[in-house]
Design a protein around this ligand. Sequence first.
Ligand code: FRU
Length: 501
Amino acid sequence: MNQHQALADKATRSVMEAGKQITDDYWRLRYHVAPPAHWMNDPNGFCYFNGEYHLFYQHHPYSSIWDDMHWGHAKSADLVHWTDLPVALAPSEAYDRDGCFSGSAIEKDGRLYLMYTGNIWTGSNRDTDLEQAQCLASSPDGIHFDKCIENPVIRKAPEGNIHPHHFRDPKIWKKDDYYYCILGSRTQEHVGQILLYRSESLLDWEFIGIAAKGGGKETDGFMWECPDLFLLEGQDVLVMSPQGMKPEGDKYHNLHQAGYMLGKLDYVTGKFEHGPFEMLDYGFDFYAPQTMEDGQGRRILIGWMAMWESRMPEQARQWAGAMTLPRQLFLENGSIRCRPIPELAKLRGGMTAYVNVDVTGEFHLVGLSGDCYEMEMLIDLSEAVHAGIKLRVNEAMNEQTVLLFNREENTVTLDRNCSGKGPGGIRKAPIDLSNNTLHLRLFMDRSSVEVFIQDGEKVMTARIYPDEKSTGISFFADGSMKLVRLFKWELNKSVGLLEAD
Ligand code: FRU
């Protein structure tokens, strides 16, 4: 067996062994992909190969903190039920000895290729003492990968105003006769930018140019990570994760951001002419999203449901990090909408329904509670200015996670200051409430919540760490709020399945 396979197997044994110890942890998510144990960050190599969906991820299989990056792996037949697979990539060669960083996947001649960044530390300062090069691995079955002997296939960052070392996260796609790839980068003065390359073979890459670049590091970030570029309903979209944008009003309060710009890529000059940066999620925990086109031509996005340097109480329980639900992207009225994929309805179990309920003051609906559910609501706010919903309520323990609607301010606020053990804070999303109607689809899991507002116009995602007994749901309004309809479904477990399930 080659050295790489031996190291990948060792990593798999480590994570599987640790995984047995944590199966009864209450905070383990029931329908979001998370590592069997230990650390996870970015989604990588998200693709559809030989009739199955593959999702790889940045993974440290030896502890619940970020360290030498491997690629963890899960697969699914329907994007809903996920089976864990062996670790796909381990650092094993001189060019990737300190980590197989983020990248993407593409099929060529019946094999699945992973393009990733090989990282090496050249000193003790992790910001300045590093070298990054782009590498390939391939597999006939989508499970066992061999690194290409030609590695690294892009050895150095190009000349010019391009930082020589921060140069990572290749996202590949094919158009006509060429493969293209974009990379995250920064200028020598630390302003984020994106590089575009092309290749006929996947092995020899030609630098085309700087596709896009920020105006300044305070406003646009000092580094653009994890770029992704695709066509959505006739429009080119660049998704990326800028680091270090300064807060502006209610925006950019997380340490780093993830969003998109609409534009047009000129494949000859490499220039991406684009509009403004827009956020893809207004919550706390959303970073480094990656998309893929599935068998039906849908553009589907998954993000890392966490944030760098955020406190993650599950680390004390030998795991860390999770993925968001798969979200389908739509382009409507000049902006992107994110909706949970329709297949998630397969998770639904017992249903509770209410119609035309008037809420005044504080209000509970008999029998409405839970910690793992989907709730879809149409709300009439014409008789209220401030109203909202409390989730994961436990009065005795003073726990609650609050969604607040403000019809005057036209905002939805997510407040996790009393959510439980994790970090607190509030985040606000601007929502046009001028027609007095609010539509919500809310996915609650054991330690996460995702809120899709006005049919995906805005999304708010948060990790929360409530007590097992914090399962209450209540409503409140200063005037009166009408629940025109409320459907709630219990959701079943669909992740961490074994090959036989
Ligand atoms: C984004 C990122 C990538 C890098 C990876 C390392 O979260 O910083 O730029 O490849 O994580 O784990």
